[in-house]
Design a protein around this ligand. Sequence first.
Ligand SMILES: Cc1ncc(COP(=O)(O)O)c(C=O)c1O
Length: 437
Amino acid sequence: MNDTSPAEGSSPERPPRATPPVLAGRPPSLVDDSRKDASQKDASLEDVSLEDVSPGDVSLEDVETPAALIDLSRVRRNLRTTVDYARAHGLAWRPHVKTHKSPELARLQLEAGATGLTVATPREAEVMAGVTSDLLLAHPPVGPKIPRILALPDHVHLSVALDSASLVDPLARAARAAGRTLGILVEVDVGMGRVGLQEPEQVVALARSIASAGPELAWQGLLFYPGHIRLPQEEQSSLLTQVAERLGASLDALHRAGLPPATVSGGSTPTLYQSHRVPGLTEIRPGTVIFHDRDSVALGVGTLDDVAYTVLATVVSTGVPGQAVVDAGSKALAKEEFRALSAGVAGGASGGGGYGILLDRPDVRVASVSEEHGVLDLSATDWRPVVGERVRIVPNHVCVSVNLQDRLLAFDPEAEDGTRLREILLPGRGRLRIGSP
Ligand SMILES: Cc1ncc(COP(=O)(O)O)c(C=O)c1O
């Protein structure tokens, strides 16, 4: 294996400058511009400034690091694996786009079989309205977010999840004023202790108030997020049983109350392939699985060969013995703790602390970071890199690393021009309303 991108090793040739800029514009294989709607066009307009500052013609060896690389063939494989699993178990697949923030990658998910998309912010909803008409906001809409989500393009059917009765009236009034219907899911806490009602009686009471709020609110069902399950798949049984019991109690109570849920939305990447063990589940919302990360690998839900997102970095110093310093620090990798709770494998993807590992040398960890420096711990390897050498880093948690990038650079090893880099923009990042100054 290589210490740099496989694409780099396979063909060092640089695309000639006469061809269209390899980093400008969107790849035809990812985007059909004719299918964009108004909000999508707005998103592209906003990004004109980014295009202006991006180099026009860059091959991999010329890319300034740190840079986020996407292996599109691995992305496609991860999507196929997910949709195959979902179909085999009769589950709808509504991927969470907070991982990638990109309408182009969302479109790949929809083309692969996603029934709609999950978003966390109004901004993500506005951007993703350009590629789907079926959105779920899996975050309680409070305050100014309410009018904003009701101003989404008319073609969008929007559902929102909440756990507070205080949101029912404001949502019903705003939906009435906007002349549209909102689907409402009630969030149940299945053990994470973040958002969600605790008792089945509370769930029934909130479902009743939604069902009786008027035609603008459509009682749709339940939502949960098992984000506390960060154990290897084979160790998840008892926590999954707890999820099934807590969810089951609310489902039973709703059936008894004559309010059967049409939708039961759950799932995460660590529990992805265990989702069928939760009775009553109708759809899954994994996000991370599109790229995977060090956490996924440690939990066994993906392997290093499935990791589709890496941060390309350059060794800039070997001055201190036993370590090498790269130019990717917390502003490229994020300073997110390793969250996998795997019992005890030391080193590599599944053990130890740090902020990432090398894709091709998983025994090398990014042991510490400052903003623009990452310190590679060389204590477990004979490898001694030289200044200028490039490495690909698998971050602990990919979603927060993506959110730090201006763009992603995608290559497709299966394509004829496998070394060509294609720019993927991330208009779902940030908070501003699409089109606002
Ligand atoms: C509400 C909700 N649903 C789904 C997901 C996706 O989970 P994962 O990133 O493990 O795929 C998240 C992740 O934060 C979430 O907060």
